[in-house]
Design a protein around this ligand. Structure first.
Ligand SMILES: *Cc1c(COP(=O)(O)O)cnc(C)c1O
Length: 642
């Protein structure tokens, strides 16, 4: 069976052109999070290889590790990243050629300044790091609060005069809550740009709007002449800087293009009015099993845990209703014929992904972005593991010693001490299920450990068998592999009653952690994230955690999930975004860089809680970690064992 996902890179170029033709401003395509699950390098290459007069003049990603990976893959367009780790290696960031950096706080500015040498004598601006000051105009995520703008800009100007940075841009991001709220953000942004100019900065690039705002508010992309008042000479002279080389200063107003690039229309069945083409196609075979019809795709591939009345067509045009979505398989109920045929999950029609999103009560780009784990196995042009020193902390720590202890427990431990009843039982107790890249634990490491204990391997889908074979692991195709084949991971209750020999069999053999990358005090009334679904009811402190639905936190946990910051349990507030969530730190004394525990381990929520909040199966929680999450292995040395 061939890989079920196809990416149409011509459609990327088509969608870029359609959008660029409709919007009277330079367009910055956003290729963060593996290009929303489509493969970051491949999408960037498609855009970079357009004819010189048509290709975008900048690409955007979230963090510096993503930018590094694009450079390493030979992408030569200017890049921008705006989500900076507290432990970022700013020297290394500065070494990435033509990388613009979004700066959200004085702290980040100071760190960058520290890494940037003062230029003696005449300042060569091309040698300075290009900075885009990120203003929080209401979204409550990253970006500086309005009360900090003046000092941030003044400090930036000082550094600019020393030739250490160049303020190349001012940026913000819109919440899309209502026309009035968006207008308030635009007003705040105007104040910010006017202040920057008054202080003496001369950013080339001003950008606020993403796909929807760019289409909905044409005036977002008109430079308001008032922003570029022609007193620039006077104010620049007052600021004692290079006014002479910019007599007719005029910034360029750009827009950032994300979802429409991928053929996704947020307003469907109304529409942005663009002729967008679908980019991601997902097809798979329907197979009959135990008088049911199933497809070998499930939550571990990124499908949502529940869909309400979702109809799909097969290749013969027959309709099927999606039933239960399990970890690796989903059931299908035939509405017309029952002849098995290839199922078109999405991609043949622009509205397909929207149908999934509607049925799963989410947004279309969460659907494509979370398919990333499937791409992990079969898309060579995806971004490689995050470059150390550049990526924010997003770590899946795997306890190989705990896994080894369970494997050493052998048949007895795996079967509650009972004698294995049948030959098949005995067989199962000696095998490990390595589906979905060992459910995110990394098939190669788990297989290595399993071999040391004389185990053999199974996988629940044909696709997994092939992906394992490609890395030299021989796994038997066993779609019905039961929970006893997954005991080593510690997914818990699914393996009812198991584990007398190993004790903590219900405990996950891994944990997910991150860091606070920004902390800010806000007033009562401060809203957070898209749609302003949460507002502070008292003055409080907000923390920014660089994990979103592309990484680990599905949108479905909205309003429920808690995590632990420095050991204190705090709620995740506001909508989960692709790259980040906000936590309400209350009056706890918190600082940038503090550790954040999400699930597992001694400090995080239990996997069971996380499953209740997200609706995911335990196996899907670990299997769907995105490619920006690094795996860290603890222990696992089994020398001396046969
Ligand atoms: C993801 C992102 C975008 C792209 O948004 P779309 O709605 O997908 O167009 C733009 N700006 C920022 C800051 C983002 O994080």
């Amino acid at each position: 069976m061939s890989a079920p996902i196809r990416i149409d890179l011509d459609a990327i170029v088509h969608n870029y052109r359609a959008f660029a033709d409709a919007v009277p401003a330079p367009v910055i395509p956003v290729v963060k999070a593996e290009a929303y699950g489509h493969g970051g390098v491949a999408v960037a290459q498609a855009l970079a290889s357009m004819p010189a007069d048509q290709r975008p003049w900048m690409l955007a990603v979230a963090d510096a590790a993503e930018a590094y990976a694009l450079r390493a893959a030979g992408i030569d367009l200017p890049l921008i990243c705006w989500l900076q780790s507290s432990t970022l290696d700013w020297q290394k960031l500065r070494a990435v050629p033509d990388l613009h950096v979004g700066i959200s706080s004085l702290h980040e500015l100071a760190m960058l300044a520290d890494a940037a040498p003062v230029q003696a004598g005449r300042v060569d601006r091309s040698a300075a790091t290009q900075v885009h000051l990120k203003l929080d105009t209401g979204l409550g995520r990253n970006g500086a609060r309005e009360c900090e703008w003046r000092v941030l800009m003044a400090q930036a100007l000082l550094l600019e005069r020393q030739g250490r940075i160049r303020v190349a841009g001012i940026m913000s991001h819109v919440s899309g809550t209502s026309k009035a709220d968006d207008a308030a953000q635009l007003d705040a942004f105007r104040r910010g740009v006017a202040l920057a100019i008054e202080i003496g900065l001369r950013p080339d690039l001003i950008h606020l709007a993403a796909t929807v705002a760019a289409m909905q508010y044409a005036n977002f992309v008109d430079v308001d002449p008032a922003w570029a008042r022609d007193d620039t000479d006077a104010s620049a002279a007052a600021a004692g800087r290079h006014a002479a080389d910019q007599p007719g200063y005029r910034p360029t107003f750009a827009v950032r293009l994300g979802l429409a690039l991928y053929g996704l229309d947020p307003l469907y069945p109304d529409s942005l009015g663009l002729d967008l083409q679908p980019v991601m196609e997902l097809r798979t075979d329907v197979v009959g099993r135990d008088d049911r019809w199933v497809m070998e795709l499930g939550q571990a591939d990124g499908l949502p845990p529940r869909v309400n009345r979702l109809l799909l067509n097969d290749n013969d045009g027959d309709r099927w209703q999606v039933g239960q979505i399990g970890s690796t398989h989903s059931t299908l109920l035939p509405l017309d014929g029952t002849s098995p045929s290839e199922m078109r999950c999405f991609g043949s029609h622009p509205g397909d992904v929207n149908a999934w999103a509607y049925a799963a009560d989410t947004i279309n780009y969460e659907i494509t972005t979370r398919m990333m784990s499937r791409l992990r196995d079969n898309a060579p042009a995806r971004i490689q593991p995050p470059e150390p020193g550049l990526a924010p902390q997003r770590v899946f720590t795997i306890d190989l010693d705990l896994i080894a202890a369970r494997l050493a427990g052998g048949t007895g431990a795996l079967h509650r001490g009972e004698q294995a009843r049948s030959v098949e039982d005995r067989h199962l107790s000696c095998v490990i299920d390595l589906s979905a890249n060992a459910y995110g634990f990394g098939a190669e490491r788990i297989a290595e450990l399993g071999r040391a204990f004389g185990k053999s391997f199974v996988a629940r889908t044909q696709h997994d068998v092939e992906a394992l074979a490609a890395v030299g692991i021989d796994a038997e195709y066993l779609p019905t592999a039961g929970p006893e084949t997954r005991l080593a991971y510690g997914f818990g209750s699914g393996a009812a009653g198991a584990g007398s020999g190993t004790g903590k069999s219900g405990e996950l053999a891994g944990s997910l952690s991150s860091e606070l990358i920004q902390v800010k005090r806000v007033d009562a009334g401060q809203a957070v994230s898209y749609g302003y679904t949460w507002q502070a009811t008292r003055p409080t402190t907000l923390g920014l955690v660089p994990l979103g639905y592309a990484d680990a936190i599905p949108r479905s946990v909205f309003g429920r999930a808690m995590c632990f910051v420095n050991g204190v349990r705090v709620p995740i507030v506001g909508r989960v975004a692709m790259d980040q969530v906000v936590v309400d730190l209350g009056d706890h004394n918190c600082a940038v860089g503090m550790p954040v525990a999400i699930w597992g381990g001694r400090h995080g929520a239990s996997l069971q809680e996380w499953c209740a909040w997200s609706g995911l199966t335990p196996a899907a929680v670990t299997a769907t970690l995105g490619s920006r999450v690094t795996r860290r292995y603890l222990g696992g040395r089994v020398e001396g064992l046969a």
